[in-house]
Design a protein around this ligand. Structure first.
Ligand SMILES: [Zn+2]
Length: 192
């Protein structure tokens, strides 16, 4: 899931104007950002199942996607954001970073442990929505439409008082978020 995470950031931005959109976008993907170097170093891995592609993998990401690992990484992200934008932003960014784990919980195939280094037989969670790619895509699409249109409406609302040029820019920014979300979703589903 990529588009769904980004959509959540856009939806939060509509309410939290003090935190920049890029920071919220980075927060939603933070666990996957940390996953990349660990994946390259073969510390975290993916077992491809079926043909791979959209949702076609068992992901062994015990550091970044265990409950405890996600909480620690989210807290760190929130702390860094807090140093820059204050205490409220710390809570928002930490929460948005952790929302990645909640959304992943919906789709992952029973591969998320509670803590890093949990033994093979230990409890692993994940509701496995990825077994039904069309249903997962529909959930992501709903998220993209909700996040995109909520952001669009908020941006236009803020710009309305500042004249036509600002209004035009806000509409373009809102439309860009919606189109980028739909494109990201389309690309990840097409990767099937
Ligand atoms: Zn993830």
């Amino acid at each position: 899931m990529i588009a769904g995470h980004f959509a959540l950031a856009a939806g939060v931005k509509a309410r939290e104007r003090a935190v920049p959109l890029w920071a919220l976008m980075l927060a939603t993907q933070w666990l996957d950002v940390v996953f990349v170097p660990l994946f390259i170093a073969k510390i975290e891995t993916i077992d491809v199942i079926g043909g791979g592609g959209y949702g076609g993998g068992i992901i062994h990401a015990d550091y970044t996607h265990s409950l405890v690992g996600a909480m620690v990484l989210s807290a760190l992200f929130g702390l860094c954001g807090g140093l820059r934008w204050g205490r409220r932003a710390a809570g928002i960014l930490g929460g948005v970073a952790f929302s990645h784990w909640i959304l992943d919980l919906l789709v992952h195939r029973h591969d998320m442990p509670i803590w890093p280094g949990a033994p093979a037989g230990a409890l692993r969670v994940g509701l496995g929505l990825w077994r039904w790619p069309l249903v997962t895509a529909a959930v992501e699409l709903a998220l993209v439409l909700w996040g995109g249109f909520t952001y669009f409406r908020a941006a236009v609302g803020v710009a309305r008082a500042h004249g036509p040029s600002k209004l035009r820019r806000a509409r373009i920014a809102g439309a860009t978020v919606i189109v980028a979300g739909l494109l990201t979703l389309g690309l990840s589903v097409a990767g099937q």
